[in-house]
Design a protein around this ligand. Structure first.
Ligand SMILES: [Mn+2]
Length: 394
């Protein structure tokens, strides 16, 4: 029996200022395209069941365009694979914080999708000899946490979860998302045929029979750490998984990326003058295969004194920024200057981002505002301001 495992489409995710010809945020369009391509791939493979392991939407109150996109893709699945159960859980991004917010997931229930968005639900499909325990984000905060155990006579026992597995990030929490649930060894320890995980955006095997499918596009505020992590794990891009049971043989299915996301090799300003650094930057930008046109690009330059940053050719930099969908020219100050403003020594004091996050977490919010998204957007704005300051307003 074959199960398609997808996770974290984050429909409605928006980033950067570029709009398409119809006035829609280009990255939101991209994320919809990525989901459509994943569904195309699933339809071509004709699995016996389909799992979407949380964060279908980026926000609790998705935009109409995100809802429409999701509805169309699930309707397409439903029509083309009428006998395949489709299972969907809510993740931390699409779980309402308050019980008076009606979940949009009812819409998919009415389409014939098996939905778990509040409590854990067990589904049985005797014709497939399959039982599925679907555990949405919110169910992991019940006290006591429900025991996650296989049950029933079915041969294939599958668990769907959305959260952070033990030890996932080690000491580097750059990729950790605020608001996620922590999973314990006990949560994962049942005799499962397969555990379909969502939440972590880089696809990988946690242990035999336990996998993160990963997101379908770069949908976090920090695509660069994600790229680095993919590189470490030998991955090229995003996709979904096909799981063969009972062996739990897992096949990766890549999707064609709707957008190039490129982290260029870091440069070192050394003792260069502004004119020399201009030349070095131009070489790096012109060397990008296929050009920077319409790509999301970062160029880190280390050791750039403020005076040199100010004297750079900002007219040319603005032209590059217009060619790319987004160019992040990350000009970093020399180490000594960084220490002087108190950002160099880890553990010595809070970073400005930590302080701002703490402040935003404690602020009173109007009803219906997603706290974690509010905090994440605040941090993103701060990062943008810091970036602009370093780039001398270019
Ligand atoms: Mn997610």
């Amino acid at each position: 029996m074959r199960i398609a495992h997808l996770a974290d489409p984050h429909l409605g995710f928006r980033q950067y200022a570029r709009l398409n010809a119809r006035g829609h945020n280009q990255r939101e369009v991209d994320v919809g395209t990525a989901f459509g391509r994943a569904i195309d791939g699933v339809l071509a493979e004709r699995p016996d069941a389909v799992i979407v392991a949380g964060d279908l939407f980026h926000a609790v109150r998705p935009t109409n365009s995100a809802i429409l996109q999701a509805f169309r893709e699930f309707a397409r699945l439903r029509a083309a694979l009428p006998d395949a159960p489709i299972l969907l859980i809510a993740g931390n991004h699409d779980t309402p914080r308050s019980s008076d917010t009606v979940s949009i997931f009812g819409l998919f229930h009415d389409l014939g999708v098996h939905v778990a968005h509040q409590g854990a639900r067990r589904f049985s499909f005797p014709e497939l000899d399959l039982a599925v325990l679907a555990v949405p984000h919110q169910a992991l905060f019940e006290q006591p946490r429900p025991a996650l155990e296989p049950a029933g006579p079915e041969q294939h026992q599958v668990l769907i979860l959305h959260g952070e597995t033990p030890g996932l990030f080690g000491h580097d929490r750059a990729l950790a998302e605020p608001g996620g649930a922590f999973l314990s060894e006990a949560d994962l320890g049942g005799a499962w045929s397969y555990v379909a995980l969502g939440h972590y955006h880089v696809q990988h095997e946690v242990r035999p029979r336990v996998w993160y499918a990963g997101a379908l596009d770069y949908v976090s505020p920090d695509p660069w750490s994600e790229l680095r992590e993919e590189h470490t794990r030998g991955l090229h891009g995003k996709g979904w998984l096909m799981v063969d049971l009972p062996e739990a043989r897992v096949t990766r299915h890549a999707i064609e990326a709707p957008r190039r996301v490129l982290d260029l090799r870091p440069l070192d300003a050394g003792e260069l003058s502004a004119a020399e650094l201009d030349r070095l930057l131009a070489e790096a930008i012109e060397a990008v295969p296929g050009g920077i046109e319409d790509a999301v690009v970062r160029q880190v330059v280390r050791g750039v004194p403020r005076a040199v940053a100010r004297e750079l050719d900002h007219t040319t930099i603005r032209q590059w920024k217009a060619r790319a969908l987004h160019l992040h020219l990350d000009l970093r100050r020399p180490e000594r200057a960084a220490r002087e403003v108190g950002m160099g020594a880890p553990g010595e004091r809070q970073t400005l981002a930590d302080t701002v996050a703490g402040f935003l977490r404690g602020r009173a919010l109007p009803g219906g505002v997603d706290r974690e998204q509010f905090v994440a957007e605040g941090i993103a704005v701060l990062a943008e301001v810091e970036r602009d300051a370093l780039e001398g307003g270019g």
